[in-house]
Each structure stands twice: as structure tokens, then as C-alpha cells.
Design a protein around this ligand. Structure first.
Ligand code: NDP
Length: 488
């Protein structure tokens, strides 16, 4: 596969390639060019030229292009989803839903653009008035992770293009293929050539050029908190605008009055979708003492029904962990908890037989009696292992929920609306779901508190992050004498 610069599929200027492996089999699926800083520069120049054209298009035209992109993506859903499963590992059903969510985000922003209202207000001194307008930022560097390569590209491109910006997309090196395929569909939708470029290559090379290059006005990044710190440092030189969506360690609190059957389903969905590799996966489960035994019994039964396998097979509920490195991290966190006294409620690990030993599989793991000093309780566990903690009441649940440097998502399960609202107001997280697993919706702003990042994607707030606010101050004729110089 080639990368996309100014609407053309190209090789890298150097001769290198990056091989893309299937996490379920270890087989090489394809390769992409190992882009250089020169490649990134060419893409940035293309996006900068395209900005002059795209930003001047009437909003109705930008809206039509976004609708066309959505249509083309929907009509290619089977091919795009299969590519996503091959490179990322997630089951085909999840891949389909991710591709459709890209289209959905485009449709949402196509509907929003041109309908926003600005402000026109008299000065308090009566001398005239001011208008508040919005201007696009320019070239945006979108740096993507491997866990949701498609939907997270949509969260950036859809509002950014709607607002008139142009892009250089840097996909994760292990999941570049579906993003390239979507990039090539954009030209067919009538997008200005060069308005979206997809440059493959190492983060430390292509990503660093996006940080360094003064023509890039903003970095929209999703990934690890440690990389987020580097993005902040690298962007400081040119004071770039930033949206950072970083890691999380989301708590789920189940109260004594919750619908337990629903909460059991929610916990399974929240932890094991995408093999536990979502920024908003349920990563710490807090149960009220009085319902803990009943919940734990039902949850163990549910988790044991999860079928692990190749995402291309219909019978698969959960695919492999994305890379061996990621699997080793999860395994070491589980061992750390066990060494500190945790007990296996559902014993997981590396499966063998049926060809599973060739992939990065790790079967669902649930631990009870986990100490608050365990790594899993303090750091992000990005895989299919869940620690369960027992709390005496909501106040203890909230206190424990807040006891991490993260603050991305959270959930509370109760039938009592006062309780739900009390918890939602006090949990330090960008989103609290009430009686729901973590589901993102195009119209709801998403982002983190604390070290989970800043800025918001999706919703009206997501669009705002692709604009500069511009104030135009107008003095009424004959009313400006007060500012005659010298000032008396
Ligand atoms: P990384 O932070 O390792 O990588 C993310 C992207 O950054 C990749 O494209 C990577 O390129 C690139 N990158 C790496 N180094 C640099 C650099 N110096 N300059 C510029 N770009 C760079 O995260 P992962 O892809 O491993 O994703 C997993 C993590 O992301 C998890 O911790 C998860 O919690 C978090 N995450 C957060 C989300 C949120 O919305 N808050 C959503 C999804 C994930 P390359 O692949 O070439 O190394």
C-alpha cells in the first residue's frame, strides 16, 4: 500500500517500508511506506496550499462534501471493516460499527456547519458594537492510535474539515491501512486535493515533523499520556493549538439498588469490547458490599461465555490483544496483582490450541481481592483483565474512583436519580455514564479531566476546537473622539 500526499498515492522518499501484521495470526498483511521528514514536509505544504482553497468554500459546499464522504464510506463498509479487522484484530461486527461511526460523525458535522450563531453586541460604552466570528486554524496534524484508527480519524477530520481546516494524518504504524483507504475515498467526494494527506511512518519521525513544522497550526492527538507529554513539549516552540485525548482508568460503581443483570452486561461490554483496549474501557469495578457476592457470581458466569478467536470468524466475541508488547504489559499487571494477594475469579492467560498460539490472544481475566497498591489499581490496564473492589457505600466508591491521575470516563449504576446525579457531579471525569457502558455519540462532547488530556472532541465543543475566535470591533461614526491622542 502507498501513502497519500496531495491526492496521489506515493512511496516514501527513502526506500523503507513498515510491515503490517495480523494480530490474530502473526502473518504480514501488507506493507506501507516508512515515511521520512521530507515526506511529512511535502504533505504539510500540500495541506497548506489546499487550505487557501478549502477554507474559502461556502459552508454548504463543505457540508455536501462531508455527506458524500459518509455515503462513500458506508458503501465500502464491508471492505473497510475487513481491512480494519485484519490489521487491528477486533471482531468484524465491531469493525463494521466503527466504520459506520466514521460516516455518522461526518453526517453530524455536515448538519452542524452553517447553523452556528455568532454574537453581535453593543459596547457597554455605547460607542459602537462588536461581532464575534470564527476562523479556521489552518493545517492540522492528526496523530492517531491503533485501538480505534477509523472512528478517531473521523472525530478529528469531520469537525476540522467542516470548519475549513486541512489535514496531515499520521496513523499508528501498526494500523495504517484502513486510514489510507478512507483517505483515497475523500478525493472521490470532491475534497480539494491535498486537503487530507495520510503519511505513514514512525511517530518519532513523521510525528515529530508535525510538531516542529511552523506551518502546522494545531495537533489533534489521541494516544498514551506519556506521548501526550512529548506532544506538548514539541508543540511549545510554535505555540500550537492542542487537543489531547489520553489514557484513562475508568471506574464503574454498582450501587445496592442497581439492576444487576443490566450491570453485569454493562461490565462485560465495558471491559471486553475491543479486547479491553478502549480509552474508556471499564478498568476498575467497584461493587457495594451488599450485592457483591450476587454480582460476582453472575459476572463470572457471563465472562466464561466469551469466545476468543480470530476477528474474521463469525463466532468470535473477542479478538486478540493488538501487539505482543501490549499483551506482555497486561500479563505483567495481572501477575503483579496476584503477587499482592489477588484471587482469580475468572482465570485467563495465553490460550493454546486451535491456532490461537500464533496470535497475541489473552483470555478474559477477572480478579477479586485486588489491593489498592496493585499496578492495575493505579495505572491504565489496556487489555482484557478486570480488578474488582468492594466498597461500603457511594462515598467510598467516589473517593476510590477519583484516586488516580486519570479522569476520562466513569459510570454509576443505580435506579436512584439523586444518587446518580450526586455521583456524576463528584467523579472527576470528562464523562459519567448512568446505567450504561461507555458509548460515544457524535453529539456528546468527549474528553478528559486531569492527566487524561484536555480539549473536547465531538459535539458543538468539538467544532469549536477547530476555530480561532475572531472579534471585530466597530466604532460608530463620530463617536471615537474619546480616544484622541495624547490621552488627557
Ligand atoms: P501512542 O501514544 O504510543 O501512539 C499514538 C500515536 O502517536 C501513534 O501514531 C504514534 O506513532 C505517535 N507517536 C509516538 N511517538 C510520537 C512522537 N514523539 N511525536 C509524535 N507522534 C508520536 O499510543 P498507542 O497508539 O499505543 O495507543 C494506546 C494508548 O492510547 C492507551 O494508553 C490508551 O489509553 C490511549 N488512548 C486514549 C484515547 C482517548 O480518547 N483518551 C483513545 C485511544 C487510546 P507510531 O505508531 O508510529 O509509534
Amino acid at each position: 500500500m502507498k501513502m497519500l500526499i496531495q491526492g496521489q498515492l506515493e512511496d516514501a522518499q527513502g526506500a523503507g517500508v513498515i510491515q503490517v501484521a495480523n494480530p490474530a495470526t502473526g502473518e504480514v498483511v501488507d506493507s506501507v511506506p516508512k515515511g521520512t521528514r521530507e515526506d511529512a514536509k511535502r504533505a504539510i505544504d500540500a495541506a497548506s496550499d489546499a487550505f487557501k482553497v478549502w477554507s474559502e468554500k461556502p459552508s454548504i459546499e463543505r457540508s455536501r462534501v462531508l455527506l458524500k464522504i459518509a455515503e462513500l464510506v458506508r458503501s465500502s463498509v464491508e471492505d473497510l471493516a475487513a481491512t480494519l479487522t485484519l490489521e487491528q484484530g477486533k471482531p468484524l461486527g465491531e469493525a463494521r460499527s466503527e466504520v459506520n461511526s466514521f460516516a455518522n460523525t461526518c453526517e453530524y458535522y455536515a448538519g452542524l456547519i452553517g447553523r452556528e450563531r455568532g454574537a453581535h453586541t453593543q459596547f457597554s460604552t455605547g460607542e459602537g458594537f462588536f461581532i464575534v466570528t470564527k476562523r479556521p486554524l489552518g493545517v492540522v496534524g492528526a496523530i492517531l492510535p491503533w485501538n480505534f484508527p477509523v472512528s478517531l480519524m473521523g472525530w478529528k477530520l469531520a469537525p476540522g474539515l467542516a470548519a475549513g481546516n486541512t489535514f496531515v494524518v499520521k496513523p499508528a504504524s501498526t494500523t495504517p491501512m484502513t486510514d489510507i483507504k478512507i483517505g483515497t475515498l475523500l478525493a472521490k467526494a470532491g475534497l480539494t486535493p491535498g486537503a487530507v494527506n495520510v503519511v505513514t511512518g514512525p511517530g518519532a519521525v513523521v510525528g515529530e515533523e508535525l510538531l516542529d513544522n511552523p506551518k502546522v497550526a494545531k495537533i489533534a492527538f489521541t494516544g498514551e499520556t506519556a506521548t501526550g507529554r512529548r506532544i506538548m513539549e514539541g508543540s511549545a516552540k510554535h505555540i500550537k493549538r492542542l487537543t489531547l485525548e489520553l489514557g484513562g482508568s475508568d471506574p464503574m460503581i454498582v450501587c445496592d439498588d442497581a439492576d444487576l443483570a443490566l450491570a453485569v452486561e454493562g461490565a462485560a461490554w465495558g471491559r471486553f469490547r475491543n479486547c479491553g483496549q478502549s480509552c474508556t474501557s471499564v478498568k476498575r469495578l467497584f461493587l457495594f458490599e451488599s450485592i457483591a457476592d450476587e454480582f460476582i457470581k453472575a459476572f463470572a458466569e457471563k465472562v466464561k461465555t466469551i469466545r476468543v478467536g480470530n476477528g474474521m470468524e463469525k463466532s468470535t466475541h473477542m479478538g486478540p490483544v493488538h501487539t505482543e508488547e501490549q499483551r506482555a504489559k497486561v500479563e505483567s499487571m495481572v501477575e503483579d496483582a496476584q503477587n499482592r494477594g489477588a484471587k482469580d475469579l475468572v482465570k485467563g492467560g495465553r490460550p493454546t490450541g486451535g491456532g490461537l498460539e500464533k496470535g497475541n490472544f489473552y483470555t478474559p481475566t477477572v480478579l477479586t481481592g485486588v489491593g489498592y497498591d496493585a499496578q492495575m489499581a493505579r495505572e491504565e490496564c489496556f487489555g482484557p483483565a478486570l480488578p474488582i473492589f468492594v466498597v461500603k457505600d457511594l462515598e467510598e466508591g467516589i473517593e476510590r474512583a477519583n484516586d488516580t491521575p486519570y479522569g476520562l470516563g466513569s459510570s454509576v449504576w443505580t435506579k436512584d436519580v439523586e444518587r446518580a446525579y450526586h455521583a456524576a457531579e463528584r467523579i472527576q471525569a470528562g464523562t459519567t455514564w448512568v446505567n450504561s457502558p461507555p458509548i460515544s455519540r457524535a453529539e456528546v462532547p468527549f474528553g478528559g479531566f486531569k492527566q487524561s488530556g484536555f480539549g473536547r472532541e465531538l459535539g458543538i465543543e468539538g467544532l469549536d476546537h477547530y476555530y480561532e475566535t475572531k472579534s471585530i470591533q466597530v466604532l460608530e461614526y463620530g463617536k471615537g473622539k474619546k480616544w484622541a491622542f495624547p490621552i488627557s
